[in-house]
Ligand binder design. Structure first.
Ligand SMILES: [Zn+2]
Length: 153
């Protein structure tokens, strides 16, 4: 579980960002950065909420464990929300989400058992399944994806 700088997003802004009626949106294409055992795909998001800037949706595709991708919605340089697929954390088993807690900079991990079922544990997901998972994540964090945004890892 991560620990980040506190108060980077105000509580009511975080609420509006993740659950409000006005959605944020992307404009561009995923850019993949190659690392030793993973590729990180990143796309900028225009944020609809006052006081929220530098929005990015980030997917970490791990080549040795491709069934455990992670997704982050980074806002004001902290992960407002992130998801770990087919992984465990601090007593939460399987696919789970982490929500940023402004007051402490900590996170609130919680189960997400009905999301991301397109990526079976111990499987080798296709690019179409990874794309579907990315879209599931974008929808979860209230971000609309533009046409042509997707680039295979
Ligand atoms: Zn996690």
């Amino acid at each position: 579980m991560g620990s980040y700088t506190p108060n980077m997003i105000r509580p009511n802004s975080l609420q509006a960002l993740l659950y409000g009626q006005i959605r944020s949106f992307t404009d561009g294409q995923l850019e993949w950065i190659e690392k030793a055992n993973s590729s990180t795909g990143e796309i900028f998001a225009v944020l609809a909420v006052h006081g929220c800037r530098n929005g990015r949706l980030i997917m970490n595709h791990r080549r040795l464990i491709p069934f455990r991708p992670t997704f982050s919605f980074v806002v004001n340089d902290v992960p407002a929300y992130r998801v770990c697929v087919n992984d465990d954390t601090n007593g939460v088993e399987g696919t789970h989400g982490h929500r940023y807690i402004p007051a402490t900079g900590g996170e609130n991990p919680h189960s997400l058992s009905t999301n991301f079922l397109m990526i079976e544990d111990r499987s080798r997901p296709t690019n179409a399944e990874l794309k579907a998972a990315f879209e599931e994540f974008a929808n979860l964090v209230n971000v609309d994806l533009n046409d042509g945004y997707w680039v295979d890892p």
